[in-house]
Design a protein around this ligand. Structure first.
Ligand code: DX5
Ligand code: ZN
Length: 217
């Protein structure tokens, strides 16, 4: 299983040390949310945040979640900033297959993201083009929202169809909700608020791993 702290919940005044804190607390990867104020009603990080993470914690892979209407215009930019994986939404306004192929050509892992009400089919049609599927468990755009259970049947369908695929969840993940998503088939967990606001990120991550081993498989 994989745990990815979401940098959106970090203290923006100390980003470099917040990134190092994720690495030192045993995170597997760092999740970086990129918003364009059009696909979602908010703005967040750009390529400089990816560059910063690459510099201060080179061993912590950068999982870059593009919430953009036109992600295809920025793939080279994020790849050269140091993205390890680039995720684009199935709902983006571009040729999604071509963009996923381009991500792999750039040497990055490719991921497809589904909004909470999108069907499993929207990801399954891209199964051969991706290394991971992210099911949003909140409507994208903001951290700190409540976990939605609507995507659980989708996760179950995806797990059944793709037993080996990395299936990620993002939004409202914490001690109470991780087991629900794990039981539905998720094996990769993005968590912002619950990890950055925990008294000790390392013990929270350890607790997530324990909860996962109790709930999954
Ligand atoms: C929401 C982002 C999430 C967000 C999760 O649009 O994609 O990655 O940071 O934050 P929490 O864990 O606080 O719901
Ligand atoms: Zn995200």
């Amino acid at each position: 299983m994989t745990i990815l702290p979401s940098l959106l919940a970090a203290d923006f005044g100390s980003l470099a040390s917040e990134i190092r804190r994720c690495a030192d607390s045993g995170a597997d990867e760092l999740h970086i949310d990129v918003m364009d104020a059009a696909f979602v009603p908010n703005l967040s990080f750009g390529p400089d945040a990816v560059r910063l993470a690459t510099r201060v914690a080179p061993d912590l892979p950068r999982n870059v979640h593009l919430m953009m209407v036109h992600p295809e215009r920025y793939l080279e930019t994020f790849a050269s900033a140091g993205a390890s994986t680039i995720q684009i939404h199935a709902e983006a306004s571009c040729d999604v297959s071509a963009a996923l192929r381009r991500i792999r050509q750039l040497g990055c892992g490719a991921g497809i993201v589904l909004n909470p009400l999108s069907s499993a089919h929207s990801a399954l049609r891209h199964a051969a083009e991706v290394d991971e599927i992210l099911c949003m468990t909140v409507f994208p755009g903001f951290g700190g929202q409540r976990f939605k259970t609507e995507p659980m049947p989708t996760l179950r369908d995806l797990r059944k169809a793709l037993p080996r695929m990395r299936l990620m969840v993002d939004g409202g993940i914490g001690r109470e909700t991780l087991p629900i998503a794990a039981e539905a088939g998720a094996d990769a967990f993005v968590a912002g608020t619950s990890l950055f606001r925990a008294p000790d990120m390392a013990s929270e991550i350890a607790e997530f791993r324990r909860l996962y081993s109790e709930s999954a498989g």
